[in-house]
Design a binder for this molecule. Structure first.
Ligand code: PLP
Length: 394
């Protein structure tokens, strides 16, 4: 085998979503696309809002020379200033253009943040169930992701968190609204998290950074919004993207904001800009920086997601699934009716409903289903979800 054994091992570990995707293609070929209900992927079918398309056309037609040239690695200063202004109001902390770096999606943002912060062997705490890429991104930069289990309702277990922090802990990653659970962290939870990290940072005489990976930030349903970490904790780096809130994941655009008073803030910012360069992103896409500058107040139709959340929650609980009601994003993470969720997923797959096993998110015994699909796909999946549940009881 010529390729790295480590990469081979990682590919095997990360293969669940791909396996389900391939199974979906096979089933669609055999039974026809309309008869297969693939709830495995988090790729929104929503089209970007009209305002995004208008801003894109305007940006493309802008006759100003130099619109497609290299730029500072942090991105356009005027775009960063616009974002900083909006964020200052949200966080009640004065941010400027120099506190923002434009990035190639949240994935790019996580990589430049981890590259900037981590020395070999440093640990990054992630809460299980987690977005599996965290494990690989930490490893990309010589670090180690350390999973800490959440409570049964997927809220943070602060005792478990405190027990996991040690002298190698450099940062904690949070994600709210959460993929895969849909859970939204409350203000109280964020304040408690900030208090724990403040205490631990003081005790250890060095900062523990809080990294918020929040691409679903605007997709919340019940008026409850996780406060921006910059509002509650100084050593915060806030990462977001427009993949989900403007439904443009293929365009790779987002930003990182750094609390101006975080430890070593000037070096953190310089490190992020350097990392954007040397990881080969160089800068976030020029055209879409121009677009998002114009649409910071625009969001996809969140109510359409809420309707699907309500419909699915009512049906899943009626059928008998044990499931936490999500407050945002577009995922459910029910308990599998069989202890081995792979066995249950085989039953579901036979009914042509595709979901992802919880072990792909560090939580065996659960499964994730996405509802970023048209109503017809969701309605079509319900009989299979019910029949599979009943079969699992026998
Ligand atoms: N973080 C989480 C929790 C995600 O679910 C995703 C994408 O699904 C990402 C990061 C990556 O988002 P982006 O497309 O902005 O890179």
């Amino acid at each position: 085998m010529a390729i790295s054994k480590k990469v081979l091992g990682f590919m095997e570990r990360a293969s669940w979503i791909r396996k389900m995707f391939e199974e979906g293609i096979r089933l669609k070929q055999e039974f026809g696309a309309d008869n297969v209900f693939d709830l495995s992927l988090g790729n929104p079918v929503a089209e970007p809002p009209q305002a995004v398309k208008d801003a894109l056309l305007a940006a493309a037609q802008d006759p100003t020379p130099g619109r497609h040239r290299y730029m500072p690695n942090a991105g356009y200063a005027d775009v960063r200033a616009t974002i900083a202004h909006a964020l200052s109001e949200e966080c009640k902390v004065a941010l400027g253009a120099d506190d923002i770096v434009m990035i190639c999606g949240a994935a790019g943002g996580l990589n430049i943040v981890l590259k900037t912060l981590l020395d070999p062997g440093d640990e990054v705490i992630v809460f299980a169930p987690y977005f599996v890429e965290y494990l690989f991104y930490a490893d990309n930069h010589g670090g180690k992701a350390v999973p800490v289990n959440t409570k049964p309702d997927f809220s943070i277990d602060f005792e478990a968190l405190a027990a996991a922090i040690n002298d190698r802990t450099k940062a904690v990653i949070i994600n709210s609204p959460n993929n895969p659970t849909g859970v939204v962290y409350t203000r109280e939870a964020m304040e408690e998290l900030a208090a724990v990290l403040r205490r631990q940072s003081e005790q250890r005489g060095r900062p523990i950074y809080l990294i918020a990976d929040d691409p679903y930030k605007k997709i919340v349903f019940d008026g409850e919004q996780t406060p921006n970490p910059i509002e509650v904790y100084a050593h915060s780096l806030y990462i977001t993207s427009h993949s989900k809130d403007l439904a443009v994941p293929g365009e790779r655009i987002g930003y990182v904001a750094v609390h101006p008073e975080c430890a070593d803030a000037a070096n953190v910012m310089a490190g992020l800009i350097f990392s954007n360069r040397v990881l080969g992103f160089v800068n976030a896409p020029a055209l879409f920086q121009r677009v998002v500058k114009e649409v910071q107040q625009v969001t996809v139709d969140v109510d359409a997601y809420r309707r699907r959340r309500d419909r699915l929650y009512a049906e899943l609980t009626r059928i008998g699934y044990d499931v936490v009601r999500p407050g945002g994003a577009f995922y459910f993470f029910p308990k599998s009716p069989l202890a081995d969720e792979i066995e249950f997923i085989e039953i579901l797959t036979a009914k042509k409903v595709l979901v992802v096993p919880g072990r792909g998110f560090g939580a065996p015994g659960y499964f994730r289903l996405s509802y970023c699909f048209p109503d017809a796909v969701i309605e079509g999946a319900l009989p299979g979800l019910e029949a599979a549940f009943q079969e699992a009881q026998n």
